[in-house]
Write a protein of this length. Structure first.
Length: 259
């Protein structure tokens, strides 16, 4: 392939017009002037940047404020939660204390009811015992009154009998070597005999006579005499009411017992 030589004059000589003279107008001068508005664009970009920075700053402040408010709200919620937890603990403690108080009051009430029942039972028992004692006292008093009346009647009878028998008793005391003593009770008399033994005139024998009822009763004798014979003598005097003869027979029983 044959090489060709580059000719600079051929590259553009055919495309551009011939060189103009010094006085001929410039091609640049013949072009229309174009205003791209760089200053306005620059100002608008600056305004946009300022607005964008202001928007970012406001957003940052808002985010900070919202975050701070969130933390504040969270702290308040935590404080509220803590206060509610504390209130719950206080209420729980009060509830436990109240339950313990109720249990204690229930136990005290049960104990009080038990004590009341015990006291009531004891009171009823004492009232019943008091009524029984009143009845016994009334019955005893009635029996005492009856016995007192009987003793008064018997005392009147003995008094009348003694006035009638006083001369006769004096005779029998002298005749039978007899003296009459008290036996330590209102309804008993002690009859003491002496001069029963020729060898010992001071030796004595006696018997206690009960006078509480109409029929006489011999309680004690010294020395002891035959019991059957004694009962026969007592039955005889209660039948014939001859007391002088009874005293004479009793002396004879003692004399036989001592001899």
């Amino acid at each position: 392939m044959a090489s060709s030589t580059f000719d600079p004059s051929l590259s553009t000589s055919g495309m551009r017009p011939p060189l103009a003279s010094a006085d001929a107008p410039s091609v640049a001068d013949s072009l229309p002037s174009i205003n791209f508005g760089f200053d306005d664009l620059r100002n608008r970009m600056a305004q946009f940047t300022a607005k964008f920075d202001a928007f970012i700053e406001r957003g940052r402040k808002q985010v900070l404020e919202e975050r701070n408010q969130f933390h504040i709200n969270l702290a308040e919620l935590q404080e509220d939660e803590r206060m509610r937890q504390r209130d719950i603990e206080i209420i729980t403690l009060k509830t436990q204390t109240h339950e313990q108080t109720l249990q204690k009051e229930a136990a005290e009430a049960a104990e009080m009811h038990s004590a009341i029942n015990s006291i009531t039972g004891e009171r009823d028992s004492r009232l019943a015992k008091r009524d029984r004692l009143k009845q016994q006292i009334a019955e005893t008093q009635k029996a005492i009154n009856q016995r007192v009346e009987a003793q008064k009647a018997h005392a009147k009878h003995l008094d009348a009998q003694s006035r009638l028998n006083s001369p006769e008793l004096d005779f029998w005391q002298d005749y039978l070597c007899l003296r009459i003593e008290g036996a330590g009770r209102e309804d008993r008399l002690k009859f003491v005999y002496s001069h029963l033994l020729e060898k010992d005139w001071e030796a004595e024998a006696w018997f206690e006579l009960g006078t509480a009822s109409r029929d006489y009763e011999v309680f004690h004798t010294r020395p002891k005499v035959d019991r059957d014979a004694l009962e026969r003598e007592v039955d005889l005097v209660n039948d014939d009411r001859d007391f002088g003869a009874f005293l004479k027979r009793m002396r004879k029983l003692f004399a036989e017992a001592m001899n």
